[in-house]
Ligand binder design. Structure first.
Ligand SMILES: [Zn+2]
Length: 262
């Protein structure tokens, strides 16, 4: 008994128990089965490689990034909001203190020495207030920019999430469509294979697995349509001279070679 690894092209030709004969009309009908199997393989490939699947994978990544960015920008905006409030408080404190000092000076009850000290402090407070107001203004501008950035990040996330919803529906529609096509082809295949020589079908299935989905091919214009190789004159003569019910195999790819009317 051969192990799976040893079942190469050559060993397959002599595989024990494999039929060497099948009715000629069954061989011809096998090509219909092959055509349907090829369609099914194409659909399976289409299902795996739908462009919408690539876009969905991309969207997952983009949504992850957009969500992280939304959190970062929102946190920064709220941090700045707190800093703006703190800056306002600082300015208010200086303003209150200056107003109190001004009131003391205006009351005219201080000694000249105290008045001088308070007036000096007022000048300091005025400078301090200017500085603090500058800080406050800068923070307010920064906060506004951060808010805009956070809003933009939230909008991007929303947009991407909406696109994902649309794409998921699109994917489902496409998969359903492929599924319907596959079901219809499978029904045709069941009809096409009904009544075919069991040994021929077994050989075909075995070859189809080993030969990338193509187990049977027509012999047309001296060529094996499975591997596209042109048969040598000797092989061609041998194939054409073989009895109609003999299963001819391609010397090159070992697929079932079905002789069809040219
Ligand atoms: Zn071939």
């Amino acid at each position: 008994m051969l192990s799976a690894g040893q079942r190469g092209t050559q060993t397959l030709l002599d595989y024990p128990g494999l039929v060497m004969e099948a009715p000629a009309e069954d061989q011809i009908r096998l090509l219909d089965v092959q055509a349907l199997d090829t369609k099914l393989a194409r659909l399976a490939h289409q299902r795996r490689t739908l462009p919408v699947l690539a876009r969905l994978a991309e969207l997952e990544q983009l949504i992850g990034e957009a969500d992280r960015n939304r959190v970062i920008t929102a946190t920064r905006a709220s941090d700045l909001a707190r800093e703006v409030i703190k800056a306002e408080t600082d300015v208010d404190q200086v303003r209150t203190r200056a107003a109190r000092n001004q009131a003391r000076v205006d009351a005219g009850t201080l000694t000249p020495k105290d008045t001088e000290a308070v007036v000096n402090e007022l000048a300091l407070l005025a400078r301090r207030q200017d500085d603090l107001e500058e800080v406050q203004l800068a923070l307010m501008e920064e906060h506004e920019a951060a808010q805009q950035e956070a809003a933009a990040a939230a909008a991007t996330l929303e947009q991407l999430t909406a696109e994902r919803t649309e794409r998921l529906a699109e994917r489902d529609r496409q998969l359903k469509d492929i599924e319907q096509q596959a079901r219809s082809i499978l029904a045709d295949r069941a009809k096409a294979i009904t009544g075919l020589d069991a040994g021929l079908v077994e050989l075909y299935e075995r070859l189809r697995k080993q030969r990338s989905g193509l187990g049977a091919a027509a012999l047309r214009a001296k060529r094996c349509e499975g591997c596209r190789t042109e048969l040598s004159p000797v092989d061609l003569a041998k194939a054409m001279a073989a009895p109609p019910n003999q299963i001819v195999r391609c010397e090159e790819c070992s697929r079932i070679l079905v002789r069809v009317a040219e």
